[in-house]
Design a protein around this ligand. Sequence first.
Ligand code: PLP
Length: 387
Amino acid sequence: MNKNDFPFFKDNELIYLDNAATSQKPQIVLDAMNEYYTSYCSNTHRGSHELGNKATEAYEDARKSLAKFLGAQTNEIIFTRGTTEAINLLASSYVKGNFETVILSELEHHSNILPWQLNDLHIEVIEVDKDLNIDLEAYEVLVKEHPHSFVSITHISNAFGIINPIKELIKIAHKYECKVLIDGAQALAHFPIDVKDLDVDFYAFSAHKAYGPTGIGGLFAKYELLENMNPYQGGGSMIDEVSFEYSTFLDPPFRFEAGTQAIAEAIGFKVALEYIKQIKGLQKHDKSLLDYAKASLRKLDGLILYTQAKNVSGSISFNIEGIHHDDIGILLSKQNIMLRTGHHCAMPIMKKLGIKGTIRMSFAIYNTKEEIDRCIKALSRAIRMLR
Ligand code: PLP
């Protein structure tokens, strides 16, 4: 399905199952970036020459598309280098100084732990149950004990694919005057997101996990919150007036975009979103691959799965009894199968499970059941060799 759209697969026999780390890019995304570099490469928001205007228009068009994709207003979208930078921006420009406590779940990626630690914020953690689901009652107790806190939770766990019940989590947080960030890094490529319907305060994302280029992503923020936030970095393009005595800044979102931006990447991101929008049966495809992979894996001797949760998307994580996950990863790579082994930047949940890491298959629109069959065959071979 759709494999021909991706030049990466043209001249190789690779099976790519590491999409939660980054996805491959369709030709149309590469073409849009190439067109910028070859026919109107120019800086944005500066001067008045024709090329600069064209580049500015394309960059701002990308912001418009992104806003539409998320159900936001255009001025509620800040471009960043990705989810990591979006969370760091928020930690330093909004959370530090306004909140004492940040509430996280045990499933968080390091990107949603370290920015709070680096800004000296107190962290409280919501535990997950044996299937790695957040217990909503326990969550409410924790939020009630810490009203006026900042809640920051992943939409989909990158390590185990668990989809968190974010609408309920947001509603409960608001009941106790908390503000909420959802880390959407793993969600953008998998299902539609409507920030207004979710009533989320902030939503962070990366393009490269959703068929777009690396080096670009962003932060959605409700405009009334953005208005009261200070710049994250200082530099060109974000100012109203500068003198040696004082400087004033542009309105959001421009106040948060200092220096030359990732222009080609923003243009590529827009095309990636258009690509996602035209895919039919995205979630059906996702679910059928996950179900098929799970059923196929169950035939392997010594399989260890970590969750029976039904609300899962994109990834499946497992181990094989008595074999180190990295050894499996190396032997699969030798058989042209690329999947991820290790802690997946989610050490706290690995520690809770008493493991160092897992083997993770993660899927995209171009993956097929036939590829899963080949992966299982390669896995069986690797297991035989390692036992
Ligand atoms: N959050 C989650 C859930 C992720 O999976 C990732 C990347 O794997 C990140 C945050 C960080 O994203 P990026 O490296 O694109 O900034």
